[in-house]
Design a protein around this ligand. Structure first.
Ligand code: GLV
Ligand code: MG
Length: 354
């Protein structure tokens, strides 16, 4: 086991020091694009103004014969396209694939100074993170990088869920985790064929009416993902890293998408993936706290400036714990309002106090 002092030492001579804290910045949506699509070069600067994070996808959904053009396309984008303040991430191919070694080597040595986070798919345990951790340090040293590249794991295998806590704690590079319902369903042998969302067959049914056994029995659809997202949120929060929901594949179902995103937001996720430009707007709406909730939280904090004792506000009991919840809400609102005058106005925050 590594000793605690060693944990914050670089893993290769000449690599940058690991970060003590994960940077907290607007991360409501990770918008996926295919860098093998040459038209992307022109479209990205505009998309960048609408999304918090842009991610060049090299893994699933990129056909085998487009793997190398996708990697080359992302390198070109990193070198030539100005994305302003929008973070550039990549999803590399999985660690058991023939492409990942060159993905990491070429991306870090060519555009390592532009990449904030590398998303690693199908992470099974801490050993996968340790492999990437050391390799990145060697490549960072070779490329002369001054800032460490962070790592984001996709939680999408049964073994990954089993080991979620050790994955979250595996390296100071761990920035966060995304929930991958499609691969997870396959790995668990779930009998579904969807990418996220609910399923009409997964429900609880009311008991029979003993006076009228033939009467219809109401039943309600349940959330297939609640347990695993809950484990991911706890593992991330417990290790100071950030949890995200992943893909919602039914692009035309805005209502289902919004419900899935909102469940993740309420449970503690900071953001989600967006697979289509229309999902960027849904993610923005859901992962920016509701203005009425923010105004309520501001009212509680104003009424109890030191966050101590018990108070009644509009008939609702407030104490240290509700005050802390209000702080979470207001801190997020203030961070988002800094770069968004419309949100600042909706929250009643001026850029000066945001
Ligand atoms: C994402 O990669 C998923 O498998 O859901
Ligand atoms: Mg997947």
């Amino acid at each position: 086991m590594r000793n605690p002092r060693d944990f914050l030492q670089p893993q290769a001579i000449g690599a940058p020091d690991p970060l003590k804290e994960i940077p907290i910045k607007p991360s409501r949506m990770i918008h996926f694009f295919d860098p093998s699509n040459e038209k992307m070069l022109d479209k990205l600067p505009d998309i960048a103004t609408k999304t918090d994070i842009l991610l060049g996808n090299l893994e699933d959904a990129v056909p085998v014969d487009r793997k190398l053009p996708a990697r080359a396309g992302l390198i070109k984008i990193g070198k030539e396209v100005d994305l302003g303040d929008t973070a550039l991430w990549v999803r590399v191919n999985s660690l058991d694939s023939p492409w990942v070694l060159d993905d990491l080597t070429e991306l870090v040595t060519e555009i390592g100074d532009k990449l904030e986070v590398i998303m690693v798919p199908k992470v099974e345990g801490a050993w996968d993170i340790h492999y990437v951790d050391r390799l990145l340090a060697q490549l960072e040293a070779k490329a002369g990088l001054e800032r460490p590249i962070l790592v984001h794991a996709i939680l999408e295998t049964a073994q990954g869920v089993t080991n979620v806590e050790e994955i979250a704690a595996a390296s100071p590079r761990m920035q966060g985790m995304s929930f991958g319902p499609a691969d997870l369903a396959a790995s668990r042998r779930m009998k579904t064929t969807r990418v996220g969302g609910g399923h009409p067959g997964y429900r609880v049914v009311e008991d029979p009416n003993t006076d009228d056994p033939e009467a219809a029995r109401p039943s309600f659809q349940q959330d297939l993902w609640h347990y695993s997202i809950g484990r991911m949120v706890d593992a991330c929060a417990g290790n100071g890293i950030l949890p995200f929901y992943g893909p919602f594949g039914d692009i035309g179902d805005d209502v289902g998408c919004e419900a899935q995103f909102r469940a993740a937001f309420l449970m503690g996720c900071v953001g989600t993936w967006s697979l289509h430009p229309r999902q960027i707007a849904i993610a923005k709406k859901v992962f920016s706290p509701d203005p009425d909730e923010v105004k309520w939280a501001l009212k509680v904090i104003e009424a109890i400036p030191d966050g101590r004792g018990v108070h009644m506000i509009d008939g609702k009991m407030q104490d240290d714990a509700t005050w802390k919840q209000c702080k979470v809400m207001v801190n997020l609102a203030e961070m988002l309002a800094k770069n968004d005058p419309e949100l600042a106005e909706a929250y009643g925050l001026t850029p000066a106090n945001a």
